[in-house]
Write a protein that binds this ligand. Structure first.
Ligand code: URA
Length: 232
């Protein structure tokens, strides 16, 4: 079997929710650990990833979505933001972060960089979500939905190779880092995903709620750290 055929088969298993496979016949004196080819195809691009997603029916979210929200921004961005999943406005327009939370995100990116003397516009970064289809009633995506769609997020991040990633909220942080800790524990510190520095901060929707002055101040601090790390 060629590495490409094996990759496709593993991808198929993963779409089915099978997370672990075992080598069938142990060979004496040889470790059972086999080195698997990367699930990110060589020469991967955002266009190829979008084509692979197609008119996706891999999970139940396809039944209620209007448009697939793949991602938006500079394919060569030095900074990528990852949210949770599309809301109503995003589902309607097919673009990430275009509703109220999106307007706040734009303001945070452009306002903070202007104050810090960094000439950066929203179009210079890349913005996407863990799941590409809107969960009904804006519920949190289910683990299997994130598992299935996560392969495309990881391919997007691998294709862009940003200098840093900013995970917006607990769902994005858990999906990318794989742990159980939420945003209050993870925020403000550098983590790593595949050798790429990753900062976790509050989701803009959370910042839109009243009485979150402290979280707002903290997220501005987190963003300043990210902007200076990437653009200084
Ligand atoms: N919230 C998200 O997590 N993503 C969007 O695209 C919009 C709102």
């Amino acid at each position: 079997m060629t590495p490409e055929a094996l990759r496709q088969q593993l991808e198929y298993y993963r779409d089915l929710g099978i997370k672990q496979i075992y080598r069938h016949m142990p060979i004496p004196n040889i470790s059972n650990a086999i080195e698997l080819p990367s699930l990110v195809p060589a020469g991967d691009t955002l266009d190829l990833i979008r084509a692979d997603i197609g008119d996706c029916t891999r999970c139940r979210l396809c039944k209620t979505r209007n448009k697939i929200v793949f991602g938006d921004g500079n394919p060569n961005a030095r900074l990528a933001f990852v949210g949770e999943g599309p809301g109503a406005d995003e589902d309607e327009q097919g673009l990430p972060f275009v509703g109220r939370a999106g307007q706040l995100l734009t303001q945070m990116i452009e306002g903070t960089s202007a104050k810090e003397g960094i000439p950066l516009k929203r179009a210079d970064v890349y913005i996407c979500n863990v799941v590409k289809c809107r969960p009904p009633e804006n519920r949190t995506p289910e683990p299997d939905e994130m598992e299935i769609c996560g392969q495309f997020l990881f391919r997007q991040l691998s294709a862009i190779k940003p200098k840093a990633i900013c995970a917006l909220g607990s769902t994005a942080a858990k999906a990318i880092l794989g742990g159980k800790d939420g945003v209050t524990k993870l925020r403000g510190k550098w983590h790593k995903w595949n050798d790429i520095p990753l900062m976790v901060t509050y989701h803009p929707s959370y910042l839109l709620r009243p009485y979150n002055q402290n979280a707002k101040r903290e997220s501005w601090e987190d963003l300043k750290k990210v902007l200076h790390f990437v653009y200084d």
